[in-house]
Structures are given as structure tokens and as C-alpha cells.
Write a protein that binds this ligand. Structure first.
Ligand code: FES
Ligand code: FES
Length: 159
């Protein structure tokens, strides 16, 4: 049994300790907003926050999050210290109409939230370093616009 919190609620999961967190979230907890893309930590579709840090849940054994705080796209903007930043990111994403098919977007929004929660004024180089997720639809230019807007909104406290 592994115990941790997901989006502010306690979770007790009876799963093998090496089961990837991605599949625990999707199969055991029914949180299907976190996506499977590659399974080898290459695409970022499975990004969630663990104690505020962006991690790739497809390569994170559930045993590693015992006692920790996990935030998924379902609760990112609802609770936790990153919630206001996540609201700003979501608003900016909507304004810039970023998603195409949408599949990669939960991972991108989660990674962007982690970045802005830790760094309210990231440089282009810092954005490049933090956002290594992949988007098959090529929404990168729109995401750059949205990220700049999210920075503005975050700095104005308008989540
Ligand atoms: S599914 Fe985890 S990084 Fe691609
Ligand atoms: S919006 Fe389709 S993969 Fe990114």
C-alpha cells in the first residue's frame, strides 16, 4: 500500500511499488488527464507535480511518491501553492488559443506552472531549459505567446 496525496486528497493505493505513477493515476485513481505519450521520459505528456516539482510520471515508480504531494492537471489550479499560477497559465492558454488536438497540453500546462511557480520572470533560456515537452501539432509559437502572457498575469497577481 502506498499512501500519498493527490490534488489535496489522501490516496491509498494497492499497487506494485514499481508501477509507474502515470498508470496509478490513470488506472487506480481514475485521473486520466495525465497522458501517456512515450513511456521513456522523452515527451512530457505525463508530467505531474510532486511536491511542486515537475516530474515525468511514466518513469516514476509509485513508491517514490510515498508521503508526498502529487498535483495533476485535474487539481493543478484548484489547490496547493501553485494554484494561482496555474490559473494564470490556464487563462493565458485560453487567450492564446494554444491547443490543437490537446493531447500534450496537460503536460505543457503542468510544466509551465512548475516553472512560473518557481521563477516569476524566466528568461528565454530558462523557458527552453524547463519546457522540453513535445507537441506533435507544433503549438510551440502559440505557447511562447501564452507563456509571456502568463508571466504578465502572474506578476500582476491575476490568476
Ligand atoms: S509519456 Fe512520460 S515522458 Fe512521454
Ligand atoms: S496540441 Fe496536439 S500534440 Fe500538442
Amino acid at each position: 500500500m502506498t499512501r500519498f496525496t493527490v490534488n489535496g486528497r489522501p490516496a491509498d493505493v494497492d499497487a506494485p511499488p514499481d508501477k509507474p505513477l502515470l498508470w496509478v493515476l490513470r488506472e487506480d485513481l481514475g485521473l486520466v488527464g495525465t497522458k501517456y505519450g512515450c513511456g521513456i521520459a522523452a515527451c512530457g505528456a505525463c508530467t505531474v507535480l510532486v511536491d511542486g516539482q515537475a516530474v515525468r510520471s511514466c518513469v516514476t515508480p509509485v513508491s517514490e511518491v510515498a508521503g508526498k504531494r502529487v498535483s495533476t492537471i485535474e487539481g493543478l489550479a484548484e489547490e496547493g501553492p501553485q494554484a494561482a499560477v496555474a490559473q494564470a497559465v490556464q487563462r493565458a492558454w485560453i487567450e492564446a488559443q494554444v491547443p490543437q488536438c490537446g493531447y500534450c497540453q496537460p503536460g505543457f500546462i503542468t510544466a509551465a506552472t512548475a516553472l512560473l511557480a518557481q521563477n516569476r520572470a524566466p528568461t528565454e533560456a530558462e523557458i527552453e531549459a524547463a519546457l522540453t515537452n513535445l507537441c506533435r501539432c507544433g503549438t510551440y509559437p502559440a505557447m511562447r505567446v501564452a507563456l509571456r502572457r502568463a508571466v504578465e498575469l502572474t506578476q500582476k497577481g491575476q490568476g
